[in-house]
Ligand binder design. Structure first.
Ligand SMILES: C[S@@+](CC[C@H](N)C(=O)[O-])C[C@H]1O[C@@H](n2cnc3c(N)ncnc32)[C@H](O)[C@@H]1O
Length: 275
């Protein structure tokens, strides 16, 4: 299991590090920063998640680096003064949006294991001028924060990337204060998914192959100790939507396999409370 976790993390770090560098090159070399979701072939998942008003005033490269599958900050009902933690914070878009919502008496932490993403996120924080923000280096399987220290955990399209989801959920539970909320956007599946899809690392990186079945997600959250678990679909994907991911990674799958994927994957808003 440890080997599998390490292997998965290496592949994920390489890919997301490359995407962060492509977005960052705009600020360092004068070339245009590219849209990370488009480069990954994940437009169907990542496009149009935020409204324009929300994004106004955010650094352009935080928006270009956005690789989420929902808008957890809009759904999490954040309050002034709260401590928020974003698992897998990427270029920092949801951390900056959370920091605005919790205000100067609150704080937003971002946690990511990919050095280039952290560098990009810290540059975005500096451009934003926000001071109630801190980006931490580390793994979501080993959260570098004390027990009972966070009011709300958000995450945007990251838990599906972990090879040890039980550990992630146990860690989330540990750092949440009693009464704290988990409010996460993630890709989830329903029905049976062909083994052919699960096998491809490109589809794992693209947030599809590692997606939990909705029943397993619910069970794992309850096993970790969470209560009031709910999973609400926000965007359902059809076979055609998988094509962008495959084309971007040079993957060719049988149309018959693809047809079995239609309607089986969705972006969902996952909520749970630590009692
Ligand atoms: C799909 S991107 C999402 C980024 C961000 N949440 C957003 O909405 O733009 C996944 C991010 O999670 C990070 N990540 C993936 N697995 C991780 C892990 N096990 N521990 C820490 N960070 C991880 C990657 O480095 C990457 O920045």
């Amino acid at each position: 299991m440890q080997d599998e976790i390490a292997r998965t993390q290496t592949v994920v770090k390489d890919k997301y590090g490359e995407l962060a560098r492509q977005v960052s090159c705009g600020s360092n070399s004068g070339c245009c920063g590219s849209n990370a979701a488009h480069t990954l072939g994940a437009d169907a998942i990542c496009a149009n998640l935020y409204d324009g008003q929300e994004l106004s005033g955010l650094p352009e490269q935080a928006v270009l680096a956005s690789l989420g599958c929902g808008n957890p900050t809009a759904l999490a009902q954040l309050q002034p003064g709260q401590i928020v933690l974003d698992l897998g914070s990427g270029g920092g878009i949801d951390v900056l949006l959370s920091a605005r919502r919790v205000g100067p008496t609150g704080k937003a932490y971002g946690l990511d294991m990919t050095e280039d993403m952290l560098e990009l996120a810290r540059a975005n924080q500096q451009k934003s001028g926000m001071t109630n923000v801190e980006f931490l280096r580390g793994e979501i399987e080993n959260i570098p924060l004390p027990d009972n220290s966070v009011d709300v955990i958000i995450s945007n399209c990251v838990i599906n990337l972990s090879a040890d989801k039980d550990r992630v959920l146990a860690e989330a539970y540990r750092v949440l204060k009693p009464g704290g909320m988990l409010a996460v956007s993630d890709v989830v599946c329903r029905g049976s998914v062909p083994a052919e899809i699960r096998r491809h690392v490109e589809l794992w990186i693209g947030c599809v192959a590692g997606a939990l079945h909705e029943d397993d997600y619910q069970k794992k959250l309850e096993q970790a100790g969470f209560v009031e678990v709910s999973i609400e679909p926000t965007r359902v994907y059809q076979a055609e939507d998988a094509r962008g991911l495959m084309e971007a990674s040079g993957l060719v799958l049988d149309q018959a396999v693809l047809d079995q994927v239609g309607g089986k994957f969705y972006s969902g808003f996952v909520r749970a409370r630590k009692p």
